[in-house]
Structure formats: structure tokens, C-alpha cells
Design a protein around this ligand. Structure first.
Ligand SMILES: [Fe+2]
Length: 285
């Protein structure tokens, strides 16, 4: 059977894609940022996942104000890097896993999550930057990818609780797929950041780190953070963090920390990265 073996979360700051593509990963500014991903690159080489369910948001590349799906799943064979204004990133096409994706779509919809199904789209930095951070420069991505897009751009985004529950439903879907596949779930976006207005540049180091603390272990209190708290504490774009909760929900009742990285600044944001494995809940000892 297919099984979820780990969860990865990371910011998907577009500037990291530029630094990566221009070979600046080890310069004075970007060095400390990329160094926090060295552990994960080695770990991914050892883990060799077959499929990544990559939770991200589109930034007006595949969707715009004409259509705004709350939750959408990519069931296509292949996705090309989007042109976000400077030409497509020079990274490989993203190869999907239609059989597993359609299985998950069916399972989620029958589980009462009304997913939008996408068979053709381009994927922007929200999806390709995390792949670059985890796998570096490659001729072909070493995993199949199922894009799972979440609306965190236009109000109202889904609640953290709904995202967590979607992660739980994804776990049920994967566990009922008969092929023996090593599946990871990635949640991307965040951490605290605001790109416009009087509070542009807002970074909340304490809140970000408390959020990362909450991803570890048995607690599920993060699912109950209201939108207004994200807005107040993490700026207008910090709501992207609800996508981390889809990953967290997919790992079950308890998690074990494998790796953690936090750095300020990256562009005008804080970046965070965490790697988790499912764990057996304690018996209260
Ligand atoms: Fe984003």
C-alpha cells in the first residue's frame, strides 16, 4: 500500500528561485538561508520518495480573479514552469502521478471535500522553489509531484481547521491506494510576511517559532488559530501558513522532528523550514 512517510514544510519565497537559478546559493546573503536546506537535500537522497503531494498556492499564474478554487488537485501528466513575468524558470517540467492523483481526488470528494480537478496548468514559484530547495539543480526532478493548490490569495481562504482535516483525509486516501509508494506531503508558504501597506516588511520571529513548535508532537492547537490572528501577528501574507497544516494533518496524531531551520531576512520575509515524521502518540507517561 502507499504510505505517507514524512512531511516537509518550507517558505516558497520567489527570490530563492532567482538565487538558485543564478548560482548565488553560497554568497554572503543567501548562504545562511540555503545552508539550512543541506540536511534535507541529503535526507531526500536517502529517502527516495516516489511521490510528493505538494501543497502550494498559485500567484496569479494558473488562476486569476476569473477563477479561484479553494482546494484544487492536479491530476495531469505534466506541468510546465509558469512564466511569471521574466520567462519560465530554467527548471525541469514537473511530472505528475495521474493514477494516485485521481484516486486521491475520488477519495477526497467522496469524503466530502469538494476538490477542483485540474488536468492542465503551469506551476509557478510556489511549487518550483520548494523543489529547487530540496533537490537542487537537476536535469529531471527525482519524484512525481501531485500539485495541491489552496486559495490563500483572495479572502476568504479556508480555515486552518479545514486544512488540517483535509490533510487527515489525504492520509486516508493515500492509505487506500494499492500500489507500494513512498509518499511525502509538503506544505509551503509563509512564514510571517506582508508585502504591501503600512506594515510592509512585518516579521514576527516569536510567533513564527511558536508555530513551528506547535507542528511537533501531539498538539493540534494550531488548527484553531483564527484568520484574524494570522493577519494581526504575521501580516497579510502569513495566512499562507494554513498550507503547512494540510501537511501536519496528514501525518496523524503525533509527529517527530527531523530537522528545523529559521532565518531572517529573506527578501522582506522570514523563511522557515521543518521536516517531520509521523510518530506514535505517547500513552500519557
Ligand atoms: Fe506565496
Amino acid at each position: 500500500m502507499a504510505r505517507i512517510t514524512a512531511g516537509v514544510a518550507t517558505s516558497h519565497v520567489p527570490l530563492l528561485g532567482v538565487a538558485h537559478d543564478q548560482g548565488k546559493e553560497r554568497d554572503a546573503y543567501f548562504g545562511p538561508i540555503f545552508a539550512g536546506y543541506d540536511w534535507t537535500r541529503d535526507w531526500e537522497k536517502a529517502e527516495q520518495p516516489d511521490v510528493v503531494i505538494l501543497v502550494y498556492n498559485d500567484h496569479a499564474s494558473a488562476f486569476d480573479m476569473k477563477i479561484i478554487p479553494t482546494f484544487a488537485i492536479g491530476c495531469g501528466e505534466r506541468y510546465r514552469p509558469a512564466d511569471e513575468g521574466w520567462g519560465p524558470r530554467p527548471v525541469p517540467d514537473v511530472i505528475g502521478h495521474p493514477d494516485l492523483a485521481w484516486h486521491i481526488a475520488q477519495s477526497l470528494i467522496l469524503d466530502e471535500f469538494d476538490m477542483t480537478i485540474i488536468n492542465e496548468m503551469d506551476v509557478d514559484h510556489g511549487l518550483t522553489v520548494p523543489l529547487s530547495m530540496m533537490f537542487g539543480k537537476v536535469d529531471a526532478w527525482p519524484v512525481r509531484v501531485i500539485p495541491l493548490a489552496v486559495n490563500v490569495v483572495t479572502y476568504p481562504p479556508p480555515s486552518g481547521n479545514r486544512c488540517w482535516a483535509l490533510g487527515e483525509a489525504i492520509a486516508r486516501a493515500v492509505a487506500s491506494f494499492p500500489e507500494d509508494l513512498n509518499v511525502q506531503v509538503w506544505g509551503t508558504g509563509g512564514m510571517s510576511h506582508q508585502l504591501q501597506g503600512q506594515r510592509a516588511g512585518l516579521i514576527n520571529r516569536d510567533w513564527d517559532n511558536r508555530f513551528m513548535d506547535g507542528m511537533i508532537g501531539e498538539s493540534d492547537h494550531l488548527r484553531h488559530i483564527p484568520h484574524i490572528e494570522y493577519l494581526r501577528e504575521t501580516g497579510s501574507e502569513g495566512i499562507e501558513l494554513v498550507m503547512w497544516l494540510i501537511m501536519r494533518g496528514s501525518l496523524g496524531a503525533a509527529t517527530r522532528l527531523l530537522h528545523r531551520h529559521y532565518h531572517v531576512p529573506c527578501s522582506n520575509t522570514a523563511i522557515g523550514h521543518i521536516v517531520l515524521a509521523p510518530a506514535t502518540p505517547s500513552n500519557g507517561d
